[in-house]
Design a protein around this ligand. Structure first.
Ligand code: THU
Length: 152
């Protein structure tokens, strides 16, 4: 890969890390398990899953938890790609993939925008479905984004 474009192997690894992380979802209300995995420019991955709350609006999406986890481990910059997998859980808690891939919710798009601006990379977003994946760049799914430039 070059600095900002993942190789096919890295994409496959990222998506399987996201799918694996869906096993750890805490989603007793929606029963929708999501795993998100971050790929850093040094090749490292950090994965996380969604965490719901009985006060529904407090729930945290997998992408947000993954970014917070990266920050708590010392680095949320240099993220070049995010992989996502979601679905109703199987007996082991792993998301059962359907034809409809999970895509980042609006709040998560803005969370991803924050880390994208840190690295200057238009984040690659890979969304797993039953037969393959969809690839987006952040700018495709969050056009005309609100960013630090707006404040100056
Ligand atoms: N969810 C995510 O984890 N990421 C998204 O981008 C979309 C939605 C979670 C939130 C909630 O726990 C469940 O999926 C159903 O909305």
């Amino acid at each position: 890969m070059n600095a900002t474009h993942p190789s096919q192997t890295q994409i496959d690894t990222l998506l399987s890390a996201a799918h694996e992380a869906s096993k750890n979802a805490y989603a007793p209300y929606s029963h929708y398990h999501v795993g998100a995995a971050l790929l850093f420019s040094n090749g490292n991955n950090i994965a996380a899953s969604n965490i719901e709350n009985v006060s529904y609006g407090l729930s945290l999406c997998a992408e947000t938890v993954a970014i917070a986890s990266a920050h708590s481990q010392g680095n949320m910059s240099d993220i070049i790609a995010i992989g996502l997998a979601g679905g109703a859980p199987n007996e082991a808690g792993k998301a059962i993939l359907t034809d409809k891939a999970v895509t980042p919710c609006g709040r998560c798009r803005q969370m991803i925008k924050e880390v994208a601006d840190m690295s200057g990379i238009d984040t690659h977003i890979y969304c797993l479905h039953r037969t393959g994946h969809i690839h987006y760049r952040l700018s495709d799914i969050l056009p005309d984004a609100f960013g630090p430039d707006n404040l100056s």
